[in-house]
Design a protein around this ligand. Structure first.
Ligand SMILES: C[S@@+](CC[C@H](N)C(=O)[O-])C[C@H]1O[C@@H](n2cnc3c(N)ncnc32)[C@H](O)[C@@H]1O
Length: 201
């Protein structure tokens, strides 16, 4: 979004609308497939700060849903002049997220790729300096295996739910922990984030 003014007021209005609707859906105990399943706001703010602090310009996200985490990553892009590529297979979610991006004024820095991330990610001929994994927990390892070779040295790879769904995400934590030239820690924000940094050696 280089050269474009970030519309703080529009962004805040959409951030609040998604956050409140997500809370309402949880309180109503709707089944997961009828909920946004948005990232915890504190975890989303952390993602934003991490991406902005590391100057991330090419961000890849797996799992767009209603676009809450994407909104925060796009906020980082407004600071770094970068772009977010976000992968989602649910067409209804994509339509909803795109409406949110339009209303928040971040459409120019977001590319939504529709389809199964395990196929679309494999087909992306790009390098990224920030990755965020938030799709199906049972597929985290596959996302990691596809994304890791596309990350540049110094890049961060973050995944959600490593504390709330410790058993389901254990294979992913084992995968990133065993990577050579990488450092991984768990950050106890929201549902628990794993944060892996790709080192040069
Ligand atoms: C937890 S939600 C993502 C929430 C979003 N990151 C946020 O914080 O607003 C998970 C999303 O991943 C999508 N998803 C799951 N498996 C996928 C796959 N293999 N390819 C693409 N999208 C997938 C689901 O359709 C769902 O919308």
């Amino acid at each position: 979004m280089t050269g474009r003014r970030f519309d703080e007021e529009a962004w805040r209005a959409v951030e609040e609308a998604i956050r409140l609707e997500n809370e309402r859906q949880r309180a109503a105990d709707l089944p997961p497939e009828q909920r946004y399943r948005s990232l915890h706001p504190e975890a989303a703010a952390f993602l934003y700060m991490l991406a902005a602090a590391t100057g991330a310009r090419r961000i890849l996200e797996v799992g767009t849903s209603a676009g809450y985490s994407t909104l925060w990553l796009a906020r980082a892009c407004a600071a770094t002049g970068g772009r977010v590529v976000t992968l989602e297979r649910n067409r209804e979610a994509v339509a909803l997220a795109e409406d949110h991006f339009n209303r928040a004024g971040v459409t120019p820095c977001v590319d939504v790729v529709v389809g199964d991330a395990r196929e679309t990610l494999a087909g992306l001929d790009m390098t990224f300096d920030f990755g965020f994994v938030d799709g199906e927990k049972s597929e985290y390892v596959e996302y990691g295996q596809l994304l890791w070779p596309k990350l540049s040295a110094g890049a961060s790879l973050v995944a959600d739910n490593v504390l709330s769904h410790a058993e389901a995400t254990a294979p992913f934590l084992a995968y990133v922990s065993d990577l050579p030239a990488a450092a991984t820690e768990v950050v106890a924000l929201g549902n628990g984030l794993s944060w892996t940094v790709k080192l040069t050696r």
